[in-house]
Design a protein around this ligand. Structure first.
Ligand code: DOR
Ligand code: ZN
Length: 345
């Protein structure tokens, strides 16, 4: 049987939600991952260091007793964010990054940023203290086609922020386009990108061909095939600037299977099996560790996890549940549409 051993992976972009959903999903992350950057788009959002501390406590209380898992907290940037509070969050070790959601870009982003000028003082402070800005890189201008929103954001917003503040460390989250990959490759410092599991596997046909498939709908939306190929090349290249951020984003089924379904794909439970499959397909199993376990901590200035996990290729496919049950309702698990043979031991 083929096996590989890698340092325990981390997830550099994760939605855990709160309450019954948190209780239902957190074990799927903490089973395989040592740490995760936790997204702050709760209702209401995690805007202050105080909010982040309380949320961190709720997450830790929900982690199964036999798992060890460190939630790395983020703050949701608003036009009212207080730079002193952000600095205090970083100084105390609680806050790993601040998240920029352009207002209206995605789930619970209405409290996000409309006018970048209004947050420049906070971004300046972050540049000074070396705190990373995690960016949801899509414009929300109604005239811009949804498939172009990432490329336009890079041109019109991200490049502007980076030229005004070259010292600011920026993570372009869930990169979905070749333009995004090329923009990261062209930067010599202070820019990195996370890539999701599902964007390595699906393209936009998976959402729309033969009927609307709500469980393949997420934001940024999956793009054309040549973009998926660019993401695969970057993820499997070993380049330190690219690392895993699953963007696993659970919504209970009734919120996805309806006339106006939520964006988000739930991959926490089978991400490592999916990734091993993808990396094997790309003849890059030897670079899975860099992508899932080494490049992320290096970017965030943290040590890699000491422990290792073993991935084992089994003759029979591993059967993951089609849905997980939570006290808030069922959540459909990402279906990669190929059999998964890599098990995590
Ligand atoms: O698909 C997504 N779901 N993309 C996001 O940016 C947010 C996330 C969520 O919170 O549901
Ligand atoms: Zn997300």
């Amino acid at each position: 049987m083929k096996t590989i051993s890698i340092r325990r992976p981390d997830d550099w972009h994760l939605h855990l939600r709160d309450g019954a959903v948190l209780a239902g999903v957190v074990g799927d992350s903490s089973r395989h991952f040592g740490r995760a950057i936790i997204m702050p788009n709760l209702v209401p959002p995690v805007v202050t260091t105080q909010d982040a501390k309380a949320y961190r406590d709720r997450i830790l209380a929900a982690v199964p007793a036999d798992h060890r898992f460190e939630p790395l907290m983020t703050l949701y940037l608003t036009e009212q964010t207080n730079a002193d509070d952000v600095e205090e969050g970083k100084r105390s070790g609680l806050i790993t990054a601040v998240k920029l959601y352009p207002a209206g870009a995605t789930t619970n982003s209405h409290g996000g940023v409309r006018d970048l000028d209004k947050v420049m003082p906070v971004l300046e402070r972050m540049a000074r203290i070396g705190l990373t800005l995690c960016v949801h890189g899509e414009v929300t201008t109604p005239e811009v086609d949804i498939f172009d929103r990432e490329a336009v954001f890079i041109e019109e917003k991200l490049d502007l922020i980076r030229r005004r503040l070259p010292e600011l460390r920026v993570t372009m989250e869930h990169v979905t386009t070749k333009e995004g990959i090329d923009y990261i490759l062209a930067a010599d410092r202070n820019l990195a990108g996370s890539i999701t599991t599902h964007h390595l596997i699906i393209n936009r046909n998976d959402i729309l061909v033969g009927g609307i498939r709500p469980h393949y709908f997420c934001l940024p939306v999956a793009k054309r095939e040549h973009h998926r190929q660019a993401l695969r090349k970057a993820a499997t290249s070993g380049d330190q600037r690219f690392f895993l951020g699953t963007d696993s984003a659970p919504h209970v089924d009734p919120l996805k299977e309806c006339a106006c379904g939520c964006a988000g794909i739930y991959t926490s439970i089978n991400t490592m099996s999916c990734l091993a499959h993808v990396f094997e397909e790309e003849n890059a199993l030897d670079r899975l560790e860099a992508f899932a376990s080494l490049n992320g901590p290096a970017w965030y200035g943290l040590p890699a996890n000491e422990e290792t996990i073993v991935l084992e290729k089994q003759p029979d496919p591993i059967v993951y549940p089609a849905k997980i049950d939570t006290d808030a309702g069922p959540i459909t698990v990402f279906d990669p549409k190929f059999p998964l043979h890599w098990a995590v031991r």
